[in-house]
Design a protein around this ligand. Structure first.
Ligand SMILES: NC(=O)c1ccc[n+]([C@@H]2O[C@H](COP(=O)([O-])OP(=O)(O)OC[C@H]3O[C@@H](n4cnc5c(N)ncnc54)[C@H](OP(=O)(O)O)[C@@H]3O)[C@@H](O)[C@H]2O)c1
Ligand SMILES: *[C@@H]1O[C@H](CO)[C@@H](O)[C@H](O)[C@H]1NC(C)=O
Length: 328
C-alpha cells in the first residue's frame, strides 16, 4: 500500500494528503457537533429572540415555535422581519409568532420595545439575546456609544434589566446570551476604552462586546438565582450566516469557498441556544458558558468577578439605568 502511494506522482500524493486531512477535520467537526436532544414542548410559554430574522436567531425561532411557544421576533427591520415571520410560521406550523420592533443601537428603541412587552405580555419565560454584528467601521450611535458594543452588549444589557421583573414574575425563566469564543481573543478589557475612546480596532471591539456578555452573565447569575431565573451564555460555533456581511470583499471571497467546508449551518449553529432554552438538565445551571450543548471553558478574564462587577456598574451608567429599574 505504502509503496503504491509513494509511486504516485508528487501532486497526487499532496492531493491525497490534503483530502485525508480535510476529511479527518470534517469527521472531527461532525463528531463534536452538539445537538439538542430534548423533546420538551413549550406550550403556554413566551420567548423573545433578538435578531430573529436571519441566521442563528431565525433557526432558533423555528425550533421553539415548533415546540408550541409564543415566539416574539425582536427585529430592527420590519420588512425583513415580516418575511422571516412568514417562513417561521410556515416551517413550524405555529401561528403564534409576532414581530416587535427593536433596534439595539438605540437605547430609546430598547426602552420602547421593553415598555411594549411589559404592557402586552403577561409572561416571559425565555429571553434570547442573539442579535449581533461584526466587522463594522468605527461609528457612534445616537447615544454616543460605539455601534458594535451597543448592538451586542449595551443594548442587550439594558433590555435584560428592563425585562427582569417580568422574567422573575414568570419564574422559572431563562436568560441566554449568544456570546462567542471570540470573547477569549482579548487579554484585557479596558473599561476606559469600552466605546473606543482611546483607540479603535474593529476586531477588538467585537471581542470586548462578547467578553462583556460573558462577564455580565457571570455577574447577574447569582443575583437572580433565588428568584428562579437562570442566566447563561454560549458560543454557537463557526456558523455560516450573514455575520460577515460588512467584511471586506477579499474576506467574503475566501469565506464563500471555505465556509461551506468547515462552518456549521445556521440550524446546527442554533443547537446550543435551543438546548439552553428548553433542556430540563440545565434548569438549575446558571452563570455558565456553553459550546456544543456542553459547559465549556472561558478565558481567565471572563471569570474575573471584580472586573464583571465594575463592567456591570459602568454599563448601568452608560445606558442610564434608573435605580428604580433595578430588579435584582
Ligand atoms: N456566525 C458565527 O460564526 C458566530 C460565531 C460566534 C458568535 N456568533 C453570534 O451569533 C449571533 C447571531 O449571529 P448570526 O451569525 O446569526 O449573524 P447574522 O446572520 O448576521 O444575524 C444577526 C442578526 O442580528 C440582527 N442585528 C444586528 N444588529 C442589530 C441591532 N443593532 N438591532 C437589532 N438587531 C440587530 C440582524 O438584523 P438585520 O438582519 O436587520 O441586520 C440579524 O437579525 C451574534 O450575536 C453573533 O455575534 C456568531
Ligand atoms: C431544579 O431545582 C428545583 C428547585 O430546587 C427542583 O424542584 C428541580 O427538580 C431541579 N431540577 C433539576 C433538573 O435539577
Amino acid at each position: 500500500m505504502l509503496t503504491f502511494l509513494c509511486s504516485l506522482p508528487i501532486l497526487w500524493q499532496i492531493g491525497l494528503l490534503i483530502s485525508v486531512l480535510l476529511g479527518g477535520f470534517k469527521a472531527y467537526l461532525w463528531y463534536t457537533l452538539g445537538v439538542c436532544t430534548s423533546t420538551k414542548k413549550l406550550t403556554g410559554k413566551t420567548v423573545i429572540i433578538t435578531g430573529a430574522n436571519t441566521g442563528i436567531g431565525k433557526e432558533t425561532a423555528i425550533d421553539l415555535a415548533k415546540r408550541g411557544a409564543r415566539v416574539i421576533l425582536a427585529c430592527r427591520d420590519p420588512k425583513k422581519a415580516a418575511i422571516a415571520k412568514d417562513d417561521i410560521i410556515r416551517e413550524s406550523g405555529n401561528k403564534n409568532v409576532v414581530i416587535r420592533q427593536l433596534d439595539l443601537a438605540s437605547l430609546k428603541s430598547v426602552r420602547k420595545f421593553a415598555a411594549d412587552i411589559l404592557k402586552s405580555e403577561l409572561r416571559l419565560d425565555v429571553l434570547i439575546n442573539n442579535a449581533g454584528c461584526a466587522t463594522i467601521e468605527k461609528t457612534l450611535t445616537e447615544d454616543g456609544l460605539e455601534y458594535q458594543m451597543q448592538s451586542n452588549h449595551f443594548g442587550h444589557f439594558l433590555l435584560t434589566n428592563l425585562l427582569l421583573g417580568l422574567l422573575k414574575k414568570s419564574a422559572p425563566s431563562r436568560i441566554i446570551h449568544v456570546s462567542s469564543m471570540a470573547h477569549a481573543f482579548t487579554k484585557t478589557l479596558d473599561l476606559n476604552n469600552l466605546n473606543s475612546e482611546l483607540s479603535y480596532d474593529t476586531g477588538t471591539v467585537y471581542y470586548y462586546s462578547k467578553l462583556s456578555q460573558a462577564l455580565c452573565t457571570r455577574h447577574l447569575a447569582p443575583l437572580v438565582f433565588n428568584s428562579g431565573v437562570t442566566v447563561n451564555c454560549l458560543h454557537p460555533g463557526a456558523v455560516q450566516t450573514e455575520i460577515f456581511r460588512n467584511a471586506p470583499s477579499w474576506f467574503q471571497m475566501i469565506a464563500a469557498i471555505t465556509f461551506p467546508l468547515f462552518f456549521k449551518s445556521a440550524k446546527e449553529g442554533a443547537q446550543t441556544t435551543i438546548h439552553l432554552a428548553v433542556a430540563d438538565e440545565v434548569a438549575n445551571v446558571t452563570g455558565e458558558y456553553f459550546s456544543d450543548c456542553k459547559i465549556a471553558k472561558t478565558s481567565k478574564l471572563a471569570k474575573d468577578a471584580g472586573l464583571a462587577k465594575k463592567l456591570w456598574e459602568v454599563s448601568e451608567t452608560l445606558v442610564k439605568l434608573k435605580p428604580e429599574e433595578r430588579h435584582y
